[in-house]
Design a protein around this ligand. Structure first.
Ligand SMILES: Nc1nc2c(ncn2[C@@H]2O[C@H](COP(=O)(O)OP(=O)(O)OP(=O)(O)O)[C@@H](O)[C@H]2O)c(=O)[nH]1
Ligand SMILES: [Mg+2]
Length: 397
């Protein structure tokens, strides 16, 4: 009899402990599932009940306590809503070049200061004029524009007679502005009058800053209240489309992408198609970097343009040139211009070079204006090109 009482007590204690675990698990979800109960050989065989046969056999795998859906909302949340990406508000575009001017002058000042110092010399002999020429050539202004500038300056300095620093600065500013040009229309054409969306394609050799520029430009447009679709027509690398998409997501712009190593022309075509369907204002197409010397790749670019133009003519074809590559940029520019009609130049990385004179040289080469300049890796470090602000940055204030 005593054994029976002892067995009952043990059974009650075991059950109580189990019950405690269950209750505990309601409060604290991190508890591990209980160890499987040892078969109680001392307990008396339980009376059979109706429906016992229908019970789940004991040796079948069963849900652990952790998996049981408990009342009271303490069950683990299985489907987690992905956090909506935070949409950034890009900086306003007005006055960007003025804001970024310090970046430009940091590397360009050598040009302006050097010229002004030389021009202030008491005797402007041939040697001094040669030094002035050298400075301009080093800054990548190019031979022809340099000659013109020096001839003009020589003439005007002679007429001027005595020279104050302010006068010299004024002369230099005027002559540089003449070379840079103040007449050209430098607006990036994104909104044709008769249809939507505007179509912009970005081209250039490897690593010049095409994707970055496309992303920055999307931000500029969004900041100005436009809606944008991005076309990832760089199908060479999967990472390229990801890179563009990341830029798009930051400002809430949709990115159209295709399979890796797919046909870039068809991605570009689809991007415009989706842009039309979505009714957005502008479609920006990023293309793969390609060496101007590889004819196959250049032909492919021509095809991208032709295929997109089944929708509508391109409003802008922007050639992205890395300012630090200097004169080599001119050769690239020439070849790209032959394959796709370039309508504007973006000069990137002007924050890291004293070769700002390339602005003058490349415009001459193509007869196409510089429309945008890149002044850093930051998301809003792209500025509309303003000749006055640029020249002021070159020669310092
Ligand atoms: N300092 C500076 N860096 C820049 C500027 N524009 C782009 N870059 C950097 O240049 C590098 C290349 O930029 P991407 O936009 O990937 O160049 P890409 O032309 O798309 O390159 P591919 O697609 O490989 O041909 C990145 O590290 C950019 O951050 C700029 O204006 N200033
Ligand atoms: Mg790229």
């Amino acid at each position: 009899m005593e054994t029976v009482i002892l067995a009952v007590v043990i059974a009650v204690v075991v059950l109580g402990a189990l019950g405690g675990l269950v209750v505990g698990s309601r409060r604290k979800k991190s508890l591990p599932p209980p160890p499987p109960a040892a078969p109680d050989i001392t307990a008396p065989p339980a009376e059979p009940h109706v429906g016992d046969e229908a019970e789940t056999p004991r040796d079948e795998p069963r849900r652990t306590i952790e998996e049981v859906d408990l009342p009271g909302g303490s069950a683990p949340v299985v489907v987690e809503e992905p956090a909506a990406p935070e949409i950034e508000i890009p900086e306003p575009t007005a006055g960007r070049l003025v804001r970024l001017r310090a970046r430009l002058s940091r590397s360009q000042n050598a040009l302006g200061k050097g010229l002004l110092t030389l021009l202030s010399r008491e005797h402007l002999d041939d040697e001094t004029w040669e030094e002035i020429e050298d400075i301009l050539l080093t800054a990548d202004v190019g031979v022809q524009p340099t000659t013109e500038l020096v001839d003009q300056l020589r003439e005007r300095v002679k007429v001027l007679g005595t020279r104050t620093p302010a006068e010299l600065r004024g002369l230099l500013r005027e002559e540089l502005l003449k070379l840079v040009g103040t007449e050209a229309d430098r607006t990036v054409k994104t909104e044709p009058e008769d249809r939507k969306p505007g179509i912009v394609m970005v081209v250039g050799v490897n690593g010049t800053g095409k994707t970055t520029t496309t992303g920055k430009l999307a931000r500029v447009l969004v900041a100005d209240g436009r809606t944008v679709v991005l076309g990832a027509a760089d199908t060479f690398r999967a990472a390229a489309a990801d890179q563009l998409q990341t830029w798009g997501e930051r400002v809430g712009a949709h990115t159209v992408r295709g399979p890796e190593a797919g046909d870039p022309a068809s991605v570009a075509f689809d991007a415009v198609k989706e842009g039309k369907e979505m009714g957005v204002d502008v479609v920006l197409i990023d293309t793969a970097g390609r060496l101007h010397t590889k004819t196959g790749l250049m032909d492919e670019l021509g095809k991208v343009k032709r295929v997109v133009e089944k929708h509508a003519p391109l409003d802008e074809v922007l050639l992205v040139l890395d300012a630090t590559t200097g004169q080599n940029g001119l050769v690239q520019a020439r070849v790209f211009a032959e394959v796709v009609d370039i309508t504007g130049i973006v000069l990137t990385k002007l924050d890291g070079t004293a070769k700002g004179g390339i602005v003058i040289a490349v415009q001459r080469e193509l007869g196409v204006p510089v429309k945008l300049i890149g002044l850093g890796e930051g998301a809003d470090d792209l500025a509309p090109f303003e000749p006055e602000a640029f020249v002021d940055a070159l020669i310092g204030e």
